[in-house]
Design a protein around this ligand. Structure first.
Ligand SMILES: [Zn+2]
Length: 137
């Protein structure tokens, strides 16, 4: 459970990151910040490319930064867009890999929370490592 102060700080980090997004093609900037269970915060922005499919979302950039620093457990993720857009399907799957019970706060640029979910809400019955174990001979 996050305190109001933790929620506000996480959203503030995502808003801060939003302004560093690299989105010259869509002009749809996204900022994200993920809070680890160890108390660290990693932020991310969407990074687009002239070869469009190479674009990576802010949520995955934040999570991959954290994972590359050795983090594996997450409490909450805030994502900020100008209109409160929700995470895409690919990001939901990446979130489910690490933390199905993670809180996901969707906010606008003013920091107003327009949606609040768990990863399980966003991607029920996600495919995961347990499914692979069952598939092994
Ligand atoms: Zn995404």
């Amino acid at each position: 459970m996050l305190t109001n102060e933790q929620r506000e700080k996480l959203i503030a980090r995502a808003i801060d990151a939003y302004h560093r997004a690299y989105a010259p093609y869509s002009d749809y900037s996204v900022g994200a910040a993920v809070l680890t269970k160890s108390g660290e915060v990693y932020d991310g922005v969407n990074v687009e490319n002239a070869v469009y499919p190479l674009t990576l979302c802010a949520e995955r950039v934040a999570i991959f930064k954290a994972v590359s620093e050795g983090e594996r457990e997450f409490s909450a993720l805030a994502v900020v867009t100008r209109n409160g857009g929700t995470p895409c399907g690919s990001c939901r799957q990446v979130m489910a890999e690490f933390a199905r019970d993670m809180l996901v706060l969707v906010a606008d640029l003013e920091g107003k929370v327009v949606g609040e979910y768990t990863v399980e809400d966003l991607l029920p019955d996600a495919f995961g490592n347990a499914d692979l174990d069952e598939a092994l001979p």
